[in-house]
Design a protein around this ligand. Sequence first.
Ligand SMILES: [Zn+2]
Length: 202
Amino acid sequence: MHVAAGIHPHEAGKVTANWDSELASIVNRPDVLAVGEMGLDYHYDFSDRPSQLRVFRRQLELAVQARKPIVIHCREAHADVMSELRAITGLKGVVFHCFTGTSREAAEILEAGYWLSLTGVVTFKKSNELREVARMLPADRIMLETDSPYLSPEPVRSVRPNEPAHLVHTARRIANERGMNFEELATLSSENTRRYFMLPTS
Ligand SMILES: [Zn+2]
């Protein structure tokens, strides 16, 4: 098991004085593959926006220094997240985790060279636009995740907590949308994920 470490925007208002040096020492550990989740959440606004922005910016700098990719949490804050990302150079990799935005936002993310990862939301009845995103993803940037304990996919949507075993349903649906077979999609997403997090590929 590998981990990512970061300050979620929900917690940005609660950081203590030396949070950034503490985080820096954690993310430098070899078993910490990425910095995150970090980002902006304007849907819940659990932390005030100036704090969210300040903590996000600092983590971007830490990720550049640590030479580790980042995991973005973005909720109704696409424009602001994009402009922060564009203002910094030297990021190893950017993935918008649990992407649930529009196809236009997805296109912007992909064009900037960033990644987005899809969850069980792609299997939900109302997620037509997200399925469009699943079809337009370049093969070498398909990444899947659970967002466990949340967002169990159909047909196990009511099962809580969500768990990695349920990822097959998400993968099957995306394979279907793209007209690929399941094994092919599974291999691609595994290889992509390993490459993104700089893990050895088998
Ligand atoms: Zn998140």
